[in-house]
Design a protein around this ligand. Sequence first.
Ligand code: SF4
Length: 655
Amino acid sequence: MAQYAGFCKGVKRAIDTAKDIGNEYGKALTLGPIVHNQFVVDYLAQFGVGAIDSIDYLDQVEKNTAIVLRSHGVGKAVYDRLEKEQIQYVDATCPFVKAVHKLAYKAYTENKDVIIVGDPTHPEVIGILGWTDNKGYVLKNADNIKDLPKLNRDIVVVAQTTQTDENWKEITNTLKDLYSNIKVYNTICKATSERQSAAIDLAKEVDLMLVVGSQSSSNTMKLAKVCNNQGATTYQIESVADINKNWFFKNMTVGITAGASTPDWVLKEVIQMTEELLNEVNDLKKIEKGEVLKGTVTKIEDNQVTVDVGYKYEGIIPIGELSSLHIETANDAVKEGEQVEVEVLRINDEKSKMILSKKAVDSKNAWQTLQQKYDDKEILEVTVADVVKGGLVVDIGVRGFIPASHVERHFVEDFSDYKGRNLKVKIIEFDQENNKVILSQKVVLDEELETQKKNVIVNLEPGAIIEGTVQRITDFGAFVDIGGVDGLVHVSELAWYRVDHPSDVVKEGDVVKVKILSLDANNERISLSLKSAQPSPWDEINKKFSEGQIAEGIVKRLVSFGAFIELLPGVEGLVHISEISDKHIGAASDVLEVGQQITVKILDINTDEKRISLSIKQTIEPEPTQDNEIDLQKINETTTYTFGEMIGDKLKDLK
Ligand code: SF4
């Protein structure tokens, strides 16, 4: 604490006077705020003391209201008006200020030029100037000297009581060099210079200076300025509410001073709060570079994130330290309120600056867990962060890459809609040294399919009829998907009739019913039959055909011993070469050709062996002979049997 700080005698006297007047009369008005400190103004309001901005508002003042002239003082014209209008007033002008008034007025009345070193807008300076009938000159700094007119008369120089010695000396030394007819009166108040000297001494010894007082208080501002000039980090505060705990760090020293208009109770609160915060930071464990901390995201900006790690000030994660992947904005990596683990990259308590990295912690944790997952061949759930040439990029604490060939089981031409998708993957290559992790979804899909296949196969029974989808057609048959596993329908099992090519019966995508013929779980071979899932034309052959019946058929194949005739799709009968013609023929092809429509007689049906014996020649009318001549006219008139049926056996006898 500075040796001299807080209320000066002049301010204390003015405040006590106003308070007493308020207490005695119940109301009083000051000309302008009593001091430049709202806490004091509020305090006096409790005693009925208010303020008017200017003497120009006097006519609006209630009768019998006492006017208090504050410590800053007023010009002669104000006194004259108060006297003239017989307004009651109490003069609380600081005696030191009054002394300056006297000097200025004397010089003015002695026809001398008066120069006031001070702030031309400050009420005290306006008051002093008023004692020169506003004919004096005000110099705020040495630069203003050049604006002075040519001064030929004797000159008297006075100071605003709260001026700094430094400014005063600079201006008066320059004036003395310029003018010989000059008399200089250092009217800087001792209270002001004492406070400034004490503040300077203190500022030299501490890390941080707190200067307590209103932002509009001239002497407080000057205190802050002289402290700053000593190189101490200086904050001008009005009350405890302005204190920022981030200003404090472990083992620091803090100096406190206060302007002449700062009330004791405000100063005490600041001292108390400062002590508490110093104790707090001194008890805080010091954070070191490289430490890993847990924190909460409190603010997200485009290029950085603020994190509260429970320290006296918050840390910053630059966007480049958020993720191992490229991200556009910090929002892509974290959300406000999210708990994060971070590593301290840099820390500077004096500047309250802590740079953190989430990426570093994520990366370290990730390599450890990834090694374990790789060893255990564990499945990871990841989200596609980016689509790049050659594959997909995912964030697994480190950058993970899924080559295009390892994304799906099938070829994918365009991955542009994969960004944001969730995938199940396995690590197929792990190289921490080279910062390389290669992942595969295809491996997971393959394994899932294998498992699915096994489950499907286990639940299948030979003989069962199930539904499937034609996946692929080859020359030797069709592969049918029966729930994740493909079975083969051999070309011979596609239909009850002879099939030249599988595509004559099915096409890819057809949903078909198939019968399971056999299962080989070990080799995952499943034989299926399409035709066995449908009724066999042989099942009802005896209902459709009978021995001796004449039927129509198509020559399907010619062989050395005869010809196969298709009676129904899937039902063929054999015409032995001896049953083709009643004339001698060398081969079936002598009289028949494939595809030819032909009339046959059914000689024999053997359903067990699925054989039908046919005859062509028995359907042909023989050359009429004497013995065997038949009265066809008569037959046609007496029966409804067909000609073939009628003569079948007789022709047989002619062999
Ligand atoms: S700082 Fe000095 S001149 Fe100003 S009011 Fe206080 S005692 Fe008076």
